[in-house]
Design a protein around this ligand. Structure first.
Ligand code: SF4
Length: 305
């Protein structure tokens, strides 16, 4: 296992930050082509809540993002060089007019200090056309594709209304690797989804490993605890007492078990989310970010990452 900061440092030779961007896409699970209303946990901003306004150009968003990073990292980066990954985070960043998406990806790459792209999407939104655009970029730049999976339990998949299947995910991983061995795949999982047992969550980790670790390249994983945010179906279910959020200790115990399952070529991208306090309903313990980060780094050390 490798931590993300080390992975990026090995590739880029310096501290590398992600800048969240909004490509102006929507999602097939919102516009009616696959479903309506979206995944039950997805916020109004399509699971990306720290981005500049949609009407800004990609370069303007990048400039604003750099300022935000500089403000947050003040005193840490000093005069050392830094690089940035342009992270197309909101909604489904491969869903839309191909030419316009292509323009936005290249606009990001032309900005100063941008070292590569990270493109968040659904496994069922990677047709051959968009994959060939991304594979072409991967010939000259670092590219990672972030795939939402959340769980490998198909029943939970229905409960959360994700509107794609495990085989969509398996197919996406296979086709991405076929299009370019250079694309780094990162899979998102959520622990604590309604009705899930510990076995379900750990099975999801096994499922990601099984689908990715056959490839020589390193693969990535992001795990977060389930966050309930305002104005979502999940918030209604929570208020109606239909499920309980994971307690801090439960989540950390699960994380430790999950990390022990990860092979050496797995990069840990994140083990916590970051929803703004203003929209968070639960779990309350996640707002103590310093403590959460300390606990997580203790677990990472214990697991040898
Ligand atoms: S697929 Fe992503 S953007 Fe679409 S509704 Fe689900 S979480 Fe939100």
């Amino acid at each position: 296992m490798l931590q993300l900061s080390d992975f990026y440092k090995n590739i880029f030779g310096c501290k590398t930050y992600k800048i969240s961007l909004d490509a102006g896409c929507t999602c097939p699970n919102r516009d009616g082509s696959k479903g309506t209303g979206g995944c039950i946990f997805c916020s109004e901003n399509g699971s990306g809540d720290f981005v500049a306004e949609r009407q800004k150009s990609i370069s303007e968003q990048i400039e604003a993002g750099k300022k935000l990073v500089e403000k947050k990292a003040k005193g840490r980066s000093g005069t050392n060089p830094v690089k940035y990954i342009a992270y197309f985070q909101n909604f489904t960043s491969t869903y839309g007019d191909i030419e316009s998406l292509k323009k936005k990806y290249y606009e990001a790459l032309e900005c100063e200090e941008i070292a590569g792209l990270s493109i968040a999407t659904r496994p069922d939104c990677l047709n051959d056309e968009i994959l060939s655009v991304i594979a072409k970029i991967a010939e000259t730049h670092f590219v990672q594709i972030e795939l939402g999976l959340q769980t490998s339990n198909e029943e939970t998949g229905k409960t959360i209304n994700r509107c794609y299947t495990n085989s969509d995910y398996e197919d996406a991983v296979r086709r991405i690797k076929k299009s370019s061995q250079k694309i780094h795949i990162v899979t998102h999982l959520i622990f604590g989804l309604p009705g899930e047992t510990e076995e379900d969550m750990l099975n999801s980790v096994d499922f990601v490993v099984k689908n990715n670790c056959g490839y020589d390249e390193k693969f990535g994983i992001k795990i977060t605890v389930l966050y309930v945010v305002k104005n979502t179906k999940l918030a209604l279910m929570y208020q109606n007492g239909e499920f309980k959020c994971l307690e801090k200790e439960q989540y950390f115990e699960l994380l430790e078990k999950a990390l022990k399952k990860l092979p050496e070529n797995c990069v840990i991208h994140r083990l916590t989310g970051d929803p703004p306090k203003s929209i968070l309903v639960a779990p309350e313990w996640t707002t103590d970010k310093k403590r959460v980060m300390n606990e997580i780094s203790g677990i990472l050390n214990k697991c040898g990452a």
